[in-house]
Design a protein around this ligand. Structure first.
Ligand code: XIL
Length: 345
């Protein structure tokens, strides 16, 4: 071959990274979502939404579903007793409506990110059990009503089963007894009869005691007529662990109960530094997860817990780990992003 032709062939075979990114920019995940009849979502960092135009553009271009990363949690919406602060949660919901995105509400009952007035009141005995139950009812009713008709699905209870399959010994269980779970679902249903109501948890991709206990809990709730509609798999994975190969089967077991299935907080972290090999493994994990979801008809949502390494909870929570998202810090697609685009059931 003549040198010019060789050079041309090389250029065609290996486009520059910038050109690759540019070619992929428009709506790729949105297109993927529409092609497969599922929602592809992400957690939203409200500060970034407000102040970073490139973050906002990518969010609105790529995703058909959003979850507030922190803005709807109890400590965010009622930092002082009786004083509600909705501005951040409203910003997520309003932005979603302007861009044709559906919203997952996250979350109503959890043991983390509770306001200090609540945990301290319980601890020092100024808030007794009967009052705590009223406080929980009011919290659920107020928040669900506020967004009635604008939230497709709520994570009603988050992380209520422990690793050993027992109910988590949160203030809710210890103060109110196990009935708080049924109460929470009933109150949520009353406040917005059309919202889909979910149990959401982590390690449900592989942890048998947790899987069995969660299945049993939901069966029991539904036999009592408690309105549970869906199961959320958080999907926080790391490439230093084996891929949870049975995950799609676990999804099917929940689907067989008649539940919606969603991947609600997917990310795939790695021990830093990043290497091309680790990025390839990460891509394979993301791809298998999406393929698994697509192979289960009840799985119609695939949500990632942040879409860029610029804003991810991982480095702050897992020492020495990071790079868990689909786009890097400058919003350039990583191999995981490209792999999602070609994942099929
Ligand atoms: C995390 C957020 O990403 C962080 O910003 C925050 O500091 C702590 O919570 N499971 C959940 C999410 O259900 O709400 C958590 O989000 C991550 C684990």
């Amino acid at each position: 071959m003549k040198p010019l032709i060789v050079a041309l062939a090389l250029v065609l075979a290996a486009p520059a990274p910038a050109a690759q990114a540019a070619a992929r920019t428009p709506h790729d995940l949105r297109r993927l979502a529409h092609q497969n009849g599922i929602r592809i979502g992400t957690a939203v960092d409200v500060a970034a939404l407000r102040t970073e135009p490139d973050y906002r553009a990518a969010l609105n271009r790529e995703f058909t579903n959003v979850t507030a990363e922190n803005a709807m949690k109890w400590e965010s919406v009622e930092p002082q007793r009786g004083v509600h602060t909705w501005a951040d949660a409203d910003a997520v919901v309003d932005n979603a409506r302007r861009h044709g995105q559906q919203v997952r509400g996250h979350n109503l009952v959890w043991h983390n990110q509770l306001p200090a007035w609540l945990t301290e009141g319980v601890q020092n005995g100024t808030i007794g059990a009967a009052e705590l139950r009223r406080i929980l009812r009011d919290h659920i009713t107020t928040e669900v009503r506020r967004y009635k008709g604008r939230i497709r699905a709520w994570d009603v209870v988050n992380e209520v089963i422990d690793e050993d399959g027992t109910l988590r010994k949160s203030i809710w269980l210890t103060q109110l007894g196990p009935g708080y779970i049924a109460d929470a679902f009933r109150w949520a249903r009353q406040a917005d009869p059309r919202a889909k109501l979910y149990v959401n948890d982590y390690n449900l991709e592989w942890n048998s005691p947790k899987i069995e206990a969660t299945l049993a809990l939901i069966k029991d709730l539904r036999s009592q007529g408690v309105p549970v509609d869906g199961i959320g798999f958080q999907g926080h994975l790391g490439i230093q662990y084996d891929y949870p190969g049975d995950w799609a089967n676990v999804m099917r077991r929940f689907a067989d109960l008649g539940l919606e299935v969603a991947v609600t907080e997917m990310d795939v972290r790695m021990v830093l530094p990043v290497t091309p090999e680790k990025l390839a493994t990460q891509a394979a994990y993301y791809g298998r997860a999406l393929t698994g979801c697509l192979s289960v008809p009840a799985c119609k949502e695939f949500t990632v817990w942040g879409f860029t390494d610029r804003h991810s909870w991982v480095p702050g929570w897992f020492d020495g780990e990071g790079a868990a998202c689909l786009l890097d810090e400058s919003l350039t697609p990583k191999p995981a992003y490209t792999t999602l685009l070609t994942s099929t059931p």
